[in-house]
Design a protein around this ligand. Structure first.
Ligand code: GDP
Length: 530
């Protein structure tokens, strides 16, 4: 294998998804510790003070002490070169969170053992399923009282619609947590609450061995044997091919905080997941091993600092090798250019880079020429990667400028910010531009929008939130009039700036009502025509 091939083969690019507080940050930190990328835990986003080191680009982040956009971290472990894409949660949840998943080749889903599947996990999971990427489950906080492991697996299967394969199985939880039994290796990984050691001890053991009773006590031993027999009989067989196509999720139990089960998880995960996947384009699949460079823009981060109105475009390298010395072709802009200041995040530091390979994520200076989904490739190539879908916003507001004389700047600003992908804007069809409806995935984007209009376009706005929570694009019929539809009072027909028609609903129930009353309607949650 050439050096070029082995560089790509050893890359693993994944996103970590979870509901806030499930332990995503803690698990990420432990990964970085194994990779030697950080010297001690607490450096990824040691809340407020140290977090600024990771992403200090936006003033609003500093003011609020939260990270508006997702970070990317690269580190080495066991010969692998790992890119972790962080997906922000809490109120900084935004479309970027979804788009980040477009850049990943697999996902690690962290679930709180006491809580099971939660709202945000469910949302992010849907996007992973749409792409058929492998999904690995880490059921965390087993050092605390957790729910029955069978019930947890069943919930994942039922709620998320993916089969599960428990790779290891917990022996108790909380005060009684003794460790996990690895079904493949047939060994017990012992948990001890007073060790914070990197690796807890393991014992290779046959479940029939009488020593097991001494080790676990009669009751725990019997329970484990019964559980494993049940699992072997009833759960799915392990099938790597199904794992790689996102149909079967390997499940691991552990405790990120005490570093228990983290290393075996990381090792199995790296072994089971894939190197950079091929990507679909206007000229068919583009394989990571192609000898030309190609990448697409999945995120644009505006710099809120007025003195430097620059922006960073984040690229996922899809094929070949990126060489900072060489020109690339920007397909949508129809121009050859040199990417300036290409950089990568290595744990807490940003570094200017000279080269990158398929699978890597790089940030480049954007003088305002890139849009989400744009393709960059070696000169001579002209294909475009498939567009990144638009995700349904969940919060809506009616917005207008305080000063009606500033209507023009307002519209220009709103359109520009929408083009960058921070917000989506809609209007009422058939009425022209009487009002603008702004839709966002996370409410923080409203503040970002207001801040940017004030600072970059000198426009103060008035914002009235609307009671809608759900949006669906109308896929079919393509042509129709408002009077053709039977809509309830809590549903509004709007149009995006490309002329696509959409419906806003105030409850999930009303989506069903409208679908039932309009059998000709085909609604979608992701708009792939964007
Ligand atoms: P995130 O919001 O998903 O990034 O969650 P964090 O990693 O910030 O963790 C949320 C809280 O749960 C923190 O107080 C962690 O210390 C705690 N936590 C994380 N993992 C574990 C675990 O395995 N056991 C226990 N008991 N607490 C944990």
């Amino acid at each position: 294998m050439s050096q070029f091939e082995s560089e790509i083969k050893r890359r693993r690019t994944f996103a970590i998804i979870s509901h806030p507080d499930a332990g995503k940050t803690t698990l990420t930190e432990k990964f970085l510790l194994y990779g030697g990328a950080i010297a001690q835990a607490g450096q990824v986003k040691g809340k407020k003070n140290t977090r600024a080191a990771v992403s200090d680009w936006m003033e609003i982040e500093k003011q609020r002490g939260i990270s508006v956009t997702s970070s990317v971290l690269q580190f080495q472990y066991g010969g692998f070169c790992i890119n972790i894409l962080d997906t922000p949660g809490h109120q900084d949840f935004s479309e970027d969170t979804y788009r980040t998943l477009m850049a990943a080749d697999s996902a690690v889903m962290v679930i709180d053992g006491a809580k099971g599947v939660e709202a945000q996990t469910r949302k992010l999971f849907k996007v992973c399923v749409m792409r058929d990427i492998p999904i690995f489950t880490f059921i965390n906080k087993m050092d605390r009282e957790a729910r029955d492991p069978f019930a947890l697996c069943e919930e994942i299967e039922k709620e998320l619609g993916i089969d599960t394969y428990p790779v290891n199985w917990p022996i108790g939880s909380g005060k009684d947590f003794l460790g996990v039994y690895d079904r493949n290796k047939q060994e017990i990984l012992h948990f001890s609450s007073n060790t914070n050691a990197k690796k807890s001890g393991t014992t290779q053991i046959d479940l029939d061995d009488p020593v097991l009773t001494d080790m676990l006590g009669q009751a725990r031993r019997d329970q484990l044997i019964e559980d494993i027999a049940l699992l072997d009989g009833a759960s799915c067989d392990f099938d790597l091919n199904r794992v790689r196509h996102g149909k079967l999720s390997p499940v691991f139990f552990g405790s990120a905080l005490t570093t228990f089960g983290v290393e075996p998880f990381l090792e199995d995960f790296l072994r089971m997941t894939t190197s950079p996947l091929p990507r679909h384009s206007s000229e068919g699949e583009i394989d990571a091993m192609e000898d030309f460079f190609s990448a697409f823009v999945f995120k644009i981060q505006a710099n809120m600092n007025k003195a430097h109105r620059d922006r960073i475009a984040f690229l996922r390298v899809c094929s070949g090798r990126f060489d900072a010395e060489k020109e690339v072709y920007h397909v949508q802009g129809k121009k050859k250019l040199r990417l300036s200041r290409p950089q990568q995040l290595m744990a807490a530091e940003r570094e200017i880079i000279e080269e990158a390979y398929a699978g890597d994520i790089i940030g480049v200076f954007d003088p305002g020429i890139f849009s989400i989904g744009d393709t960059l490739c070696s000169p001579g190539k002209k294909f475009r990667f498939d567009p990144i879908p638009t995700f349904a916003p969940e919060h809506f507001a009616r917005v207008r400028p305080v000063d009606t004389m500033k209507r023009k700047q307002f519209l220009k600003g709103a359109e520009q910010i929408a083009l960058e992908g921070a917000i989506q804007i809609f209007k009422l069809p058939y009425t022209g531009m009487e009002e603008v409806i702004v839709g966002v995935v996370g409410t923080l984007q409203f503040d970002v929008f207001q801040y940017r209009l004030r600072n970059e376009y000198n426009v103060e706005i008035r914002m009235d939130t609307l009671p809608y929570e759900y949006l669906r694009w109308i896929k079919e019929p393509v042509e129709f009039h408002e009077t053709d539809l039977v809509l309830g009072n809590d549903t509004k027909l709007v149009e995006d700036y490309k002329g696509n028609k959409l419906l806003l609903f105030s409850s999930f129930w009303s989506i069903k009502w409208v679908s039932d009353h309009n059998p000709q309607l085909v609604l979608t949650e992701f708009n792939e025509r964007s």
